[in-house]
Design a protein around this ligand. Structure first.
Ligand code: NAP
Length: 308
């Protein structure tokens, strides 16, 4: 058994990501003890039933008392509020991190509430599914996936290394970048695809000429994969688009230009332009498979051993 990297891990918010961290940390012996807190009493009761933590507390402040590593796993829109709650209760020398899908806003919202005595190392494990809640998590979620760390300038390199070691133990590959660069990269690889999925499923739903039953019946023709992505948690994704406004608008501008070019090619019957574009994108797909970032099912995460 590996010697635990941390004595006590506090997980604030035990949904898909928080519960997966708890399961993986325990499976790998990464920490000696886990303390957790969640918002709703029902969720806290479920965390107890599932045995995901050694202790479940009613408040976030209580959960972080004495913890060596604190990971905030709540929607990005409330990370600042949670930091304000836990700030005065953090142990000196503790590492405080998060898992938010947007990093610029999290650094801005959380940073001012954290005492100088702790090490703030924001993180984003680029792994997930469209499911939410403590039942949705699984220990293997992070295996072979990337975890991006975005430490503010001047962060103690040893704290960054220690958090990197934690994520490696959970099976992830770790990369470090600035929060702004992270937000631009994720805008194109994750946020824009989700926006397109939410749009196309909404558009299909409003069509008058194609019935809803036809949409469902013939959904295998590409639409089905969009419906999976578009079923992702509405609170989480609302917060992501509000928090990464600049990155998403930048990528959306480029996307709109490119879709106009394709529209023109279709209108003009320019088969060559269409063929060139589709050949280029096919090569990108092959690159993703070669990089080991593909899963057997077409989604943006790794389903829990089944497809629903
Ligand atoms: P989730 O399954 O909906 O879990 C969110 C958790 O936050 C729930 O346990 C919720 O508790 C808790 N929570 C909400 N408000 C809280 C508060 N004030 N205090 C304490 N806990 C609170 O969401 P998730 O998918 O795990 O996402 C969590 C974070 O991970 C988000 O920031 C998201 O951007 C990021 N992320 C998500 C994915 C993904 O694919 N899902 C991937 C990478 C990163 P209740 O149940 O009691 O409301």
């Amino acid at each position: 058994m590996t010697k635990p990297l941390f004595d006590t891990l506090a997980i604030i918010g035990v949904g898909l990501i928080g519960s997966s961290i708890a399961r993986a940390a325990r499976a790998q012996g990464a920490v000696r003890r886990i303390v957790a807190s969640a918002h709703a009493p029902k969720t806290r009761a479920r965390v107890v039933e599932l045995g995901l933590a050694n202790k479940v507390t009613d408040t976030n402040a209580e959960a972080v008392e004495g913890a060596d590593l604190v990971i905030v796993c709540v929607p990005v829109g409330i990370c600042g509020m949670v930091a304000e709650e836990i700030g005065p209760h953090l142990k000196a020398g503790a590492i405080v991190s998060d898992v938010g899908s947007v990093k610029g806003s999290v650094v801005r919202d959380m940073g001012p509430h954290l005492p100088k005595t702790v090490h703030f190392v924001p993180a984003h494990p680029v792994a997930g599914t469209e499911h939410s809640g403590p039942d949705a998590g699984f220990a293997e979620l992070f295996e072979g996936r990337w975890c991006i760390l975005t430490p503010p300038e001047g962060t103690d390199p040893q704290a960054v290394e220690k958090l990197a070691a934690f994520w490696c133990l959970l099976g992830a590959n770790v990369e470090t970048m600035t929060p702004d660069h992270h937000d631009l990269v994720l805008a194109i690889t994750s946020h824009l695809p989700h926006l397109i999925a939410y749009t196309i499923v909404g558009t299909a739903d409003e069509l008058q000429t194609v019935t809803r039953s036809e949409v469902l019946k013939f959904s295998a023709g590409g639409f089905r994969d969009f419906t999976r992505i578009a079923s992702s948690d509405p609170v989480m994704w609302r917060d992501i688009f509000l928090a990464n406004k600049e990155g998403v608008l930048e990528m959306l501008g480029r996307f709109n230009e490119d879709i106009s070019a394709l529209t023109k090619a279709i209108r003009r019957g320019d088969g060559e332009a269409l063929y060139e574009q589709f050949t280029r994108t096919r090569a990108i797909r092959r690159g993703i498979i070669e990089a080991g970032q593909d899963t057997p099912v077409p989604d943006f995460g790794r389903p829990h051993g089944h497809e629903d």
